[in-house]
Design a protein. Structure first.
Length: 473
């Protein structure tokens, strides 16, 4: 059996770093909210997926078998978080004249192209909301049977007053909720924080995506998809749920409310949230500031992995400010790393058994990651190791490959640095001839050849590895 190492994670639910204990020995079930495929992902969204990838890879290195599930939101996500606005895909369809299905397919492909370029491992299960409408209807029915829903104005709502711990993830207090700070745009809501489970009434008329249901033809609300699909693939209680911190107050709060109301027990053990990527205007978003995508960065001459390296340089729970200057730093650090790897590869093969000293670098690197994914610390250990002359080149290579299992910087794909060959074919023929002459003790001929080479602009030198040529400068 593989050894399992202890890991700590910050749990948003308890507001502290906790020892990770899985439900089932050796296995982890992890659900991550996926993209709403009405547009390209911006690099802020991608920061969150990189963080989830680091978590996935670190869990694997700690010895767990990870089942990573991610949804694709292709219906039901409205432009407003409070069930106001219109369906994001429907809006895009109206604006472009393309069908919602074509839009979803196009941006889903674009998303996976980004993920691939960033070396983000594909989740084990990728599930589309539109493929799981029946699972959502079944879950809504369960909620209805337990008295957690009401119908108003044609829509089915979840009533947050039917549970006593609504808002626990965000630490919202009952008084705050009732203070009237949030005013429902939707007059059908009994409580401003009630949310839609099923829409039959859309102020935008006929939707392209509609399904029959016990409550009429319509489409699901956004939150219900994550509850229905995560429970379908991971069970009614699972280990880890991830997302960006903006999901805490509404989306994840509502996911918890409906999931736990339906099952009557705890749903998720660890809630892990990634902080924002910022730009000059604050949180990076599709609507404020420059809409930065990975292809935009690549168009400016960066490699996608420069952006991955940039993200590794910040802890996932701290805000990270994007600038081209900062990206340049990441790019040059990655290039330095790559050229060091190329040089090491030219000189050595990865060592299969490594010294205690080398082992200690590996231990500190993973200790940093196992302690709530401290990537910047892990990177610092890697650089320190590279500068340490008391470990061999073969050991360094071997350590780099282990570290890259989490870093995901394609270090194993870097080619060994080729020694530049000095001198042309004719010069090397002369070198051979001189070697022969020396072997025959014909020193006069050997001297002549040396002079001829000098006239051609080269000095011939004898080294323990044989003769070499140096260009006269
Ligand atoms: P969306 O496609 O809008 O549902 O967002 C996809 C993911 O990106 C969600 O987990 C969001 O929480 C996350 N996200 C949105 N904006 C940012 C940002 N500026 N920085 C980091 N993550 C973000
Ligand atoms: Zn979700």
């Amino acid at each position: 059996a593989q050894r399992r190492l202890s890991m700590k994670l910050y749990n948003t639910m308890d507001r502290k770093v906790e020892e990770f204990v899985p439900i089932e020995e050796g296995k982890v079930g992890m659900y991550c909210c996926g993209p709403t495929v009405y547009n390209y992902a911006h690099i802020g969204n991608l920061r969150t997926y990189i963080f989830e990838d680091i978590l996935h890879r670190t869990l694997e290195e700690a010895g767990y078998r990870v089942k990573h599930v991610m949804n694709i939101t292709d219906v039901g996500h409205l432009t407003g978080d409070g069930d106001d606005g219109e369906d994001k895909l429907g809006k895009r369809s109206r604006e472009t004249g393309k069908s919602v299905w074509d839009i979803a397919a196009f941006y889903t492909d674009a998303f996976f192209a980004d993920e691939k370029a960033l070396n983000i491992k594909r989740p084990n299960v990728v599930c589309k909301a539109t493929d799981h409408i029946q699972d959502m209807i079944a879950l809504i029915k369960r909620l209805e049977e337990k008295g957690h829903t009401y119908t108003a104005g044609g829509n089915v709502y979840f009533s947050i007053d039917t549970i006593d711990d609504y808002g626990k993830l965000a630490g919202q207090k009952q008084e705050d909720k009732l203070s009237g700070a949030r005013i429902a745009v939707d007059g059908n809501k009994r409580n401003p924080q009630d949310f839609v489970l099923w829409f039959t009434n859309s102020k935008f008329g006929e939707q392209a995506m509609m399904w029959d249901s016990p409550w009429g033809r319509g489409y699901p609300g956004w939150h219900i998809e994550c509850s229905a699909m995560s429970m379908k693939y991971l069970g009614e209680t699972f280990d880890i749920h991830c997302g960006g911190i903006d999901a805490i107050p509404v989306h994840h709060t509502n996911e918890i409310a409906q999931s736990e109301a339906a099952t009557g027990h705890k749903w998720v053990n660890y809630w892990c949230h990634g902080e924002f990527l910022l730009n000059d205007k604050g949180k990076m978003s599709k609507s404020s500031g420059e809409f930065l995508t990975l292809p935009v960065l690549v168009g400016h001459g960066y490699n996608a992995l420069d952006y991955r390296y940039f993200c590794l340089g910040g802890h996932y729970r701290t805000q990270l400010k994007f600038s081209y200057e900062a990206l340049d730093h990441a790019k040059s650090a990655r290039e330095r790393l790559n050229s060091m790897v190329a040089e090491l590869k030219a000189k050595a093969k990865p060592e299969s058994t490594i010294s205690e000293k080398a082992e200690s670098y590996k231990d500190s690197f993973f200790a940093a990651l196992f302690n709530d994914l401290r990537c910047p610390e892990a990177l610092a250990v890697m650089w320190k190791m590279l500068k340490d002359n008391s470990i061999t080149e073969g050991e360094k290579l071997s350590l780099l490959y282990s570290m890259d299992k989490v870093l995901g910087l394609d270090l194993d794909k870097i080619e060994a640095k080729k020694e530049e060959k000095v001198g042309g074919e004719e010069e090397w023929k002369l070198v051979e001839e001189r070697k022969q002459a020396k072997a025959e003790k014909n020193y006069q001929r050997a001297d002549e050849i040396r002079k001829e080479l000098e006239e051609r602009g080269y000095i011939v030198k004898d080294t323990p590895q044989g003769p070499i040529l140096q260009k006269i400068v």
